[in-house]
Ligand binder design. Structure first.
Ligand code: HEM
Length: 412
């Protein structure tokens, strides 16, 4: 993809759409799925499609030459050689459901309720501080530290280490970034993995009452104990997976709140509409544009033949604007029928484990913004006048989100 497409994929997807819901990409030997029903079909079909390349993209060279009508054995033989393999989102079958069962423990209603009190206090404090200065850069000064501290609390990261985590995340490029060649700091996953290894090892030896102890001693559904490294990778991935995605949801939502005529007044009058706002922002500008699958055997998507070994880009952002599924798909509309069927959190067994947390934390933060301000507007100084705004997006093939968003805040 060219840089302009990375920065604004929507026009590109609309250029592709007339060719059909499943499109043979010109730049890679991969199919791009832009249709809603077809995207659901792929995400739900874990028999014919493997998630082994889900994070690495259509350009990922396979470490083997696919041969025959079923490459399942080749995938199993070479999994470990595929980039980024080893994250829950790249697992298939029983390995995936075992690890996912541990992730699900964290997002029980009881656990989320305990975390909610922390989120409310934090949101209140951060928003009040920002309002006191009259302005805020939403992405880096507000959203990223906010979501980092929330997940640190949920996972039980000790207070004294939280700043170090934040620093590494603040300095790292987003996933799928195409301009990060010069970035030479530690990868956040590597850095945090070291910490999680120590926490979890200590708690395996001497469990306490905290969440990390619960993770360290969790067993698979068959009663067996996971390898420590597997739990370390899961905790680390969860810490990382919600960072950019949730932070970008906050800033994308804030953009609509400040720019969509009449919306801010409507939300201030009726804050119960915030969840509906978030769903529409997720549909229209969800923070995860794409995910990837590898055809495990000869199969079909819709009526398009797909040979084993074909890489598939599931363009979630395009499916979420498919006119066959969404009326007037590029328009912002609150309370569309069956809006929660959008694909911003994926679908099927790999559906985002953190979706309940993302929805809750962003809702609480926005509530506090409405409570403590009388008006939120984009900074003309930084983004130019209404009608001629300059907004900078991340050059990532996975993440859709603003690189920065400056707002002026009028106190309540
Ligand atoms: C707006 C925020 C978020 C968005 C848009 C988002 C999006 C997604 C998507 C599209 C997937 C599926 C990928 C695939 O099928 O290949 C996914 C998976 C996942 N997400 Fe999120 N995510 C968000 C927030 C979070 C948060 C806050 C967490 C954790 C605290 C999280 C943890 C995960 C995990 C663990 C998976 C892997 C699930 C699996 O493979 O079974 N996400 N997310």
């Amino acid at each position: 993809m060219t840089l302009s497409v990375l920065l604004n994929p929507y026009e590109y997807f609309e250029e592709i759409r007339p060719y059909g819901p499943v499109y043979q990409m010109q730049s890679h030997d991969a199919l791009m799925v832009v249709g809603f029903d077809e995207a659901v079909e792929v995400l739900r079909n874990n028999t014919d499609f493997s998630s082994v390349i889900s994070t690495t993209g259509a350009g990922q060279e396979l470490p083997f030459e696919p041969s025959g009508s079923d490459i399942s054995e080749q995938i199993e033989a070479h999994r470990n050689e595929i980039d980024e393999y080893g994250l829950v989102v790249t697992y298939d079958g029983a390995t995936h459901s075992d690890v996912r069962s541990i992730a699900n423990r964290l997002f029980t209603p009881k656990r989320l309720k305990a975390n909610q009190a922390f989120i409310e206090q934090l949101a209140d404090k951060m928003v009040k501080e920002a309002v006191a200065t009259g302005r805020c850069e939403v992405v880096n000064e507000m959203a990223t530290p906010f979501v980092t501290l929330v997940i640190a609390d949920l996972l039980g990261v000790p207070e004294e280490d939280r700043d170090k985590f934040r620093e590494v995340i603040d300095n790292a490029p987003p996933p799928g970034d195409m301009e990060s060649g010069e970035f030479d700091g530690p990868s956040p996953l590597e850095f945090m993995g070291g910490f999680f290894y120590n926490y979890l090892q200590e708690r395996r030896e001497k469990p306490g009452n905290d969440i990390l102890s619960e993770l360290a001693t969790a067993t698979y559904p068959d009663g067996s104990t996971p390898d420590l490294l597997e739990v370390v990778k899961l905790a680390t991935f969860m810490f990382g997976a919600g960072q950019d995605t949730s932070a970008k949801l906050i800033s994308n939502a804030m953009k609509y709140i400040s720019e969509e005529p009449g919306l801010q007044t409507q939300l201030r009058d009726n804050p119960d509409l915030i969840p509906a706002l978030l769903e529409e922002v997720l549909r229209l500008e969800g923070s995860t544009k794409t995910t990837f699958r590898l055809a495990r055997r000869d199969t079909k998507i819709g009526d398009v033949h797909v040979p084993a070994g074909k890489r598939i880009m599931v363009a979630l952002a395009a499916a979420n604007r498919d006119p066959r599924r969404w009326e007037d798909p590029h328009a912002f509309k609150l309370n569309r029928p069956r809006i929660r069927e959008h694909l911003a959190f994926g679908r099927g067994v790999h559906t985002c484990a953190g979706a309940p947390l993302a929805r809750a934390e962003v809702k609480i933060l926005l509530e506090r913004f409405f409570q403590h301000t009388a008006d939120i507007s984009l900074s003309e100084e930084k983004h130019g006048p209404r009608g001629d705004r300059t907004l900078e997006y991340e050059p990532s093939f996975i993440i859709r989100g603003l690189a920065n968003l400056h707002v002026d805040l009028k106190p309540a």
